[in-house]
Design a protein around this ligand. Sequence first.
Ligand code: UFG
Length: 341
Amino acid sequence: MVILVTGGAGYIGSHTCLELINAGYELIVLDNFSNSNIVPLHRIYEITGKHIKFYHADLLNKNSIEKIFMENKIDAVIHLAGYKSVGQSVQSPLSYYHNNVTGTLFLCQTMQKFNVTKMVFSSSATVYSINEGAISEDAQLGSSNPYGRTKLMIEEILKDLYVSDNNWSISILRYFNPVGAHSSGRLGEESNGIPNNLMPYITQVAIGKLEQLQIFGGDYPTPDGTGIRDYIHVMDLAAGHIRAIERVMTSTGVKAYNLGTGNGYSVMEMIIMFSQVSGRKIPYTIVDRRPGDVAVCYADPSMAKRELFWEAERGIEEMCEDAWRWQLINPSGYKEIVRKI
Ligand code: UFG
């Protein structure tokens, strides 16, 4: 079976491609490298011995997408390509709406033209308006930022698409907080500039690239006063995509699933665990809350367990170990190697 993975060179994409290959799928990757590069695809070859067919293409260029569908018999699409920074989306909303929404429209139009009606779409827990406590899929939707609204709009478009043609089968995956890396240390999360997210920030402090972590808020109504999130190992997330592909191949309809562990950990607990596994001190200061952050946010993942037969298996110790191994082996991410190629 042939799967087209859009955004397959990115953080979640590369780990998902590795799992897809291990599960026996044939892959085609489309990526425009706007926030990634070719190195992870080379590394997947090193790990698996399998080449991935790759197109350097942009979803906003409809002709180039059509070419891919013309040249290949594609059975299903995993659609991960998109801009993903909350902060940037506030600065440049038009480019976010254009890239994420228009890109998806062009992709869906092309799929329709070539009669490919199976899709797994990468969404986010940011689509929930009540980001508080254990969140189930029927919680109220609504986002506080343009990035989140692009995800919400795309979810609505996909639902309308199914209503118009019941042959479509779409699984929408709402990720919580993906962290960690492949256990080989060969694939991981590359940050462009100073990281926005907690885990890459911690790993860069641990290795000495950044001086200290700022904890955004120490006065939340949580046991230690710091924010609580549902961190999920990226390899568990990758496995979730395999289960979702299996589902879309054997059913029709459109359905959203939370991919999280169902367990929340505080910023302080993450720092303590990371220090333990790395043997490094993580200096920190507690500063004001970051605007838009909530106290507690974790998934009710029971729907994915029931319907996708998927459950996260890795805990925060493994998440920290793998993130640290990746950081140690690749202090500059993939960049050193990109310069050499
Ligand atoms: N945090 C810090 N210091 C930092 C970075 C983060 O204290 O330097 C704290 C945050 O305040 C929060 C926790 O660490 O309590 C996690 O923050 P992240 O930025 O890693 O993740 P968020 O939960 O804010 O957001 C993530 C993704 C979003 C996505 C959302 C879905 O980055 O894209 O999860 O819930 F929308």
